[in-house]
Ligand binder design. Sequence first.
Ligand SMILES: [Zn+2]
Length: 340
Amino acid sequence: MLDDFLGATLAGTRAAGEHGLGARGTVRWQWLDEGVLLLEPAQVSEATRSVLLSAGVHGDETAPIELLSKIVADIAAGRLALACRVLVVLGNVAAMRAATRYQDDDLNRLFGGRHARVPQSREAPRAVALEAAAQRFFAGASTAPGARWHLDMHTAIRASAFEQFALLPYIDNATGAAPARAMFEWLADARIAAVLIHTEKGATYSSFTADHCGAMACTLELGKVRPFGENDLARFAHADAAVRRLVAGTTKEPAPMPRVFTVIGQITKQSDAFALHVAADVPNFTPFARGTVLAEDGAYRYVVAHDEERIVFPNPTVKPGLRAGLLVVETTDATLAALV
Ligand SMILES: [Zn+2]
């Protein structure tokens, strides 16, 4: 089963609780739920890191799913050393089987209890199950600084000025903690070109683990979507290698830090009269100069107020009242200077 975790998950024939030993007895594994696999080294101590690796939260984002399945096979066969506890999660298995992003609702908008608003949704019980799986996994994790990680791997729908980028969730705490240097060094190791820092709470899987599990969490956008078997995994080689170094506890390669962008505003669709004045397929992180009118809707206008603002995830087809795009400004120097 571990030699083809993706195939076993898609077949849907495994029983929860099934467990065994891999890599000549040095790795304990347990099948916890459909597409949820716990891997632990034989010896676990207070210093052992706990790393949640997820993919397929959007069912058609196939490359990271294949990448994770290969990592499981390599750990099980002893080709990749396992130096930390790992929970491997294939997110929306039903959507993966249907080769679609989701069935009823975007699973990555349902975390942090948001699933309770759509109880009829076929994604709601999966959000509940994945929240519980993360909480159980991190309940058994070290509380030492830097011991808890969550990397949620995605591929983007649209082009981007930075092909591979990461989204860091907003962390709501009394001290207003700055982002962790360990995470930025890992992102550099993965050759992630840009990092977007959210300034409001989200409903993504990485927001949930940051907020409820004390994890250093991020969402990784690793390039464009293709069907299973048609991905050029070489394009994901740096991220793959960095995940493997994290899992094996081996030394990172020195690499330049990513550029950093912080959310400073959003375009909100007010009504069906909404007009977005950028091309529907404009690449993520496209810059606009001060004074540019990006959207209009009756009396509402979004005008660029900083010297330069960049648009991310523009989508004029959302329902009125919802976000039709995010605006970010570059904060590389200040953010990197403040890492803890
Ligand atoms: Zn995605």
